[in-house]
Write a protein that binds this ligand. Sequence first.
Ligand SMILES: [Zn+2]
Length: 182
Amino acid sequence: MPQSLYLWTDIPRVPDALKSPRSDGKGQANNPSSSRVIVSGMTHFLLTDALQEALRQAARAARLNAYAPYSGFRVGAAVLDEQGRIHAGCNVENAAYPEGLCAEAGALSAMVLAGSTRARAVLVVGAGGAWITPCGGCRQKLREFCAPDTPILTANDEVMGPRYTLAQLLPESFGPDHLSTP
Ligand SMILES: [Zn+2]
């Protein structure tokens, strides 16, 4: 379902998205001070609770559209770009098993399609049980667009899980800077 890659490219920028009611009814989404921390080309970045929740909701919605007829293991991912936009993706399995795509790959594709190449935060949602972190291949894919301290968040359909940085998940990594000529 390739349209899933484009699902969130037209989503309102986060300050508008934050005006939506929170599903848990806590009402923090309308806190105007939270929306002001996100500016284009931001030099200061605070991953507020409201932003984390917006990422979780986007990833959860993507997870529900995952194509996983073989494993039944649905995953959703959401990426916050440098402009404050959220892009989501879901896993897409294939009868030729190795040709399946991870949710993170779909989210990154949507981000690039929307014109951004910098991710400020990433969140992955899986089903209950163990918390889902990006697989090894996706950690390298994220390395292309993330900084070492970019937050990588985990969650399930109900709550947030453990939080990491990309450097914690992929230490001593290889990236674009290694290919830059002196
Ligand atoms: Zn993966």
